[in-house]
Design a protein around this ligand. Structure first.
Ligand code: SF4
Ligand code: SF4
Length: 454
């Protein structure tokens, strides 16, 4: 059902999806605090979709805050910057929460550091102009490239490529994704409530680079304070706010486009196929910082939340800091903490090691307790069809899982396993406790590995 008097063409929602408990209350009212300058960071050489960076630094080399320390000649990549001043220790190998191993630059702090408060002022404070008349679109794109910005909602696709001429078809609409539909997580909500002006600045600059006509900021209706703050800050501009039904996965690009402008991205297609670009709220704020203040993407706001953490917080933290340091800044884990996730409970990955480094695309850490993760023992499929009713991609998750379990990849391909966005809705509703999304992930990984060998 469409919202009354709405300023956008979509119905404010999409077909299927689920309604998991929101659990945003743990962190929603925590202000954004800056982490004090850390003693060391570990910067993975690939934090984006595309080619990995090569290290531009060597052990024992001195680096200053903001120096470019990793880059690539490949068309799709995103450069890396030093988030602290210090001395390079070594090029180590690290593992990320999704299980990928890669090289990383280990830097120990040395010399004068920016304090957390200075960082907060630079990154989030001061005035953010709505005036973009003096900017050149090519300069905006260049600043985004120079700053190493990637999609900060989790996709980590290089932002300068998204808006570069080789992909640029004539787009008419920039949709800013302020849904934050994943349970628990509240960093985007907090940014919109506390600093809506930076979101508006970044959106206007991004539209300029894209050459789009319209900007619509999509926000779920469970964030009334963010909606009011963004509406007020957008006053005097042509930016519209689309208030959307609260439903998971509303923040998925394809479902957001459907809900806001009622267009369907074809299977295997891109938003640009329907004349739309989508950018997350946090990404948009990085664009404003890069263009207006020349700041590279060295820090981001992370939400650390859940019943298993003593003091849930929003933290302005340097890329490369360990998750252990973030958790300690929040007072540590509670005695009944049982699982730490990178991201939220629907799409997140469980940590095997808290010393892993924070990457650009991670906006949340969720700590679940023993009570949270109690679940039914797995039984045989009941053929109830609930997973089919939940799947927002119109797939048949039960069949995909069977194909993956039996390593029958031609069958998995037949059922369109590649179209699965790993949203976890099917596993959430399954009364038989079948780990559908985990099985599908394994199936997709096997297909990717076999394609890479060919
Ligand atoms: S099959 Fe994939 S897209 Fe469909 S509900 Fe399951 S995880 Fe989500
Ligand atoms: S929801 Fe679970 S039990 Fe029901 S059909 Fe799907 S896989 Fe089978």
């Amino acid at each position: 059902m469409a919202f009354k008097n709405q300023e956008f063409e979509g119905k404010g929602t999409f077909h299927r999806g689920v309604h998991p408990p929101e659990r945003k209350h743990f962190s929603a009212d925590a202000p954004i605090e800056a982490l004090p300058a850390p003693s060391e960071v570990l910067i993975p050489l690939q934090q984006h979709i595309g080619a990995p960076c090569k290290s531009l630094v060597k052990p024992k080399q001195e680096v200053a805050y903001g120096d470019v320390i990793g880059d690539s000649d490949a068309m799709i990549s995103a450069r890396l910057h030093a988030p602290i001043s210090g001395i390079v220790q070594k090029i180590a190998v690290t593992t990320l929460p999704n299980g990928r191993h890669m090289e990383a630059i280990h830097i120990k702090a040395a010399g004068i550091q920016f304090t957390g408060d200075q960082m907060r002022r630079e990154f989030l404070g001061g005035r953010w102009s709505k005036e973009v008349v003096g900017y050149d679109p090519d300069d905006v794109t260049r600043a985004i490239n120079d700053a190493g910005i990637v999609g900060l909602g989790g996709a980590a696709f290089p932002t300068h490529i998204k808006i570069s001429p080789f992909l640029k078809k004539k787009l008419d609409t920039l949709i800013v994704n302020g849904c934050e539909c994943e349970p628990y997580l509240t960093a985007d909500d907090r940014l919109m409530r506390d600093i809506p002006e930076i979101v508006i600045s970044g959106a206007l600059l991004s539209r300029l680079a894209l050459g789009a006509d319209n900007i619509i900021i999509g926000i779920e209706e469970n964030k009334p304070e963010a909606i009011a703050a963004i509406r007020k800050a957008a006053g005097g501009t042509t930016i519209k706010v689309a208030v959307l039904k609260t439903k998971y996965p509303q923040g998925s690009e394809k479902h957001l486009i459907k809900a806001v402008v009622n267009r369907t991205v074809p299977l295997g297609g891109l938003p640009s196929d329907v004349k739309v670009a989508v950018s997350n709220v946090t990404t948009i704020t990085a664009v404003a910082r890069a263009v207006i203040r020349g700041l590279p993407l060295t820090h981001r706001v992370v939400c650390v939340t859940g019943a298993g953490i003593h003091q849930p917080k929003h933290i302005l933290a340097p890329i490369g800091i360990s998750y252990r340091a973030l958790i300690e800044f929040c007072g540590g884990l509670t005695p009944d903490a049982a699982r730490v996730l990178s991201g939220g409970p629907m799409m997140g990955f469980a940590f095997t090691d808290l010393d892993m480094p924070l990457t650009k695309g991670t906006g949340g850490v969720t700590v679940l307790t023993r009570d949270d993760i109690k679940k039914a023992t797995e039984t045989a499929c009941l053929r109830c069809g609930k997973c089919v009713d939940a799947c927002p991609m119109n797939l048949v998750p039960s069949r995909l899982a069977v194909a993956a379990r039996h390593r029958d990849m031609p069958l998995a391909e037949k059922y369109k396993i590649r179209a699965c966005m790993e949203c976890g809705s099917c596993a959430y509703v399954c009364p038989a406790g079948i780990p559908l999304v985990q099985l599908i992930r394994v199936g997709k990984a096997m297909i990717m590995a076999s394609s890479a060998r060919k």
